[in-house]
Design a protein around this ligand. Structure first.
Ligand SMILES: NC(=O)c1ccc[n+]([C@@H]2O[C@H](COP(=O)([O-])OP(=O)(O)OC[C@H]3O[C@@H](n4cnc5c(N)ncnc54)[C@H](OP(=O)(O)O)[C@@H]3O)[C@@H](O)[C@H]2O)c1
Length: 307
């Protein structure tokens, strides 16, 4: 099966972003260095990182082990919730760059639309409600990072349509992407359409259903996989790319890393079968910290909501 060489164009800069990138959440130190090297050797040119994953130093080692020219790689990281105060934003990025051993990123995301005043090692964080209700001061500090050449693009993550609309009214630099949960149980067709109409590229996190890849056992996915002599993971990843979405499958298993980078050409009929199957599940999030953080309206932005 052919590798995923497809790219999408980022509207503001016309720079290309590879359609499939390696996820690194829960990729343990001791495993992620090799995973990154294997991925790059297998053809991946896009790595998705975050300060909060606490493994960026090893990701950086994996990049160096591969011997790849930095110019060929697209590297993303994310500003953690404890760095939203405008005077901390540059320091948040600098920690990431130092850990990765890089002098700039290709894309820096606001990881969550939630600012923490404090994050204890156990229990609920203390929320900074002012910077949570209005992300524009944080965003303005991120815009400066682009001006300083520390990152080529900035974007958001876990933003609803309402939050994107609000940010678009305030931003000098429009978010290049929005990284959100997108998979068979959380396909978010309205967000996909809205983002397409507004030139914000979506990135699919947890494309296999997250830890343990539970969505690989879906009967429709397995059926389509069998028809192509492919794996269920290849069906789910190829489906999202067909929807015009960047996909970020995570694995630390060499065989799976390679498998996930092989594309299949789904027919229009197969895509509509998968869309129909997804519509049966509605929005069933796997990644939802709203209770753990004490932010009940994390996904709501209608008038009258707390945020
Ligand atoms: N922005 C955000 O808030 C956010 C939130 C969540 C995730 N993300 C990003 O999105 C990436 C992907 O999401 P995710 O890590 O939640 O989940 P995922 O990619 O949907 O699934 C990862 C799980 O699937 C397994 N797996 C991978 N390929 C497989 C295959 N071909 N066959 C069988 N099992 C397979 C992995 O196991 P092994 O590793 O053991 O092989 C791991 O248990 C993250 O790593 C992160 O970079 C971002």
């Amino acid at each position: 099966m052919p590798p995923f060489t497809k790219t999408f164009e980022l509207a503001a800069t016309k720079i290309k972003i590879p359609a499939v990138g390696l996820g690194t959440w829960k990729s343990e130190p001791g495993q992620v260095r090799d995973a990154v090297r294997v991925a790059i050797e297998s053809g991946y040119r896009h790595i998705d990182c975050a300060w909060a994953y606490k493994n960026e130093a090893e990701v950086g080692q994996g990049i160096r082990d591969s011997g790849i020219d930095r110019k060929e790689l697209f590297v993303t990281s994310k500003l953690w919730n404890t760095f939203h105060s405008p005077d901390k934003v540059a320091a948040g990025l600098q920690e990431t760059l130092d850990n990765l051993g890089l002098d700039h990123l290709d894309l820096y995301l606001l990881h969550w639309p939630v600012a923490f005043a404090k994050q204890p090692s156990k229990g609920k964080p203390e929320i900074d409600w002012a910077l949570t209700k209005d992300v524009s001061p944080t965003w303005a500090a991120m815009e400066k990072l682009v001006e300083q050449g520390k990152t080529k693009h900035i974007g958001v993550s876990n933003f609803t349509i309402g939050r994107c609309e609000k940010l678009l009214k305030q931003a000098k630099i429009k978010p290049a992407v929005n990284q959100v949960e997108l998979n068979l149980h959380c396909s978010q067709p309205e967000l996909v359409q809205w983002s397409h109409d507004h030139g914000i590229l979506l990135e699919a996190y947890s494309p296999l259903g997250s830890t343990g890849a539970p969505q690989l056992s879906d009967s429709v996915v397995k059926d389509i996989a069998a028809a192509h002599g492919a794996s269920p993971a290849q069906v789910l990843i190829s489906w999202q790319v067909k929807r015009g979405i960047v996909v970020l499958p995570k694995s630390v298993t060499p065989q799976r890393i390679k498998e996930n980078f092989e594309s299949i050409d789904l027919s229009a009929d197969e895509v509509s079968r998968l869309n129909k199957r997804a519509s049966e599940f509605g929005t069933q999030r796997t990644v939802d910290p709203s209770k753990a953080w004490g932010v009940p309206d994390l996904w709501k932005d209608e008038p009258g909501a707390k945020l």
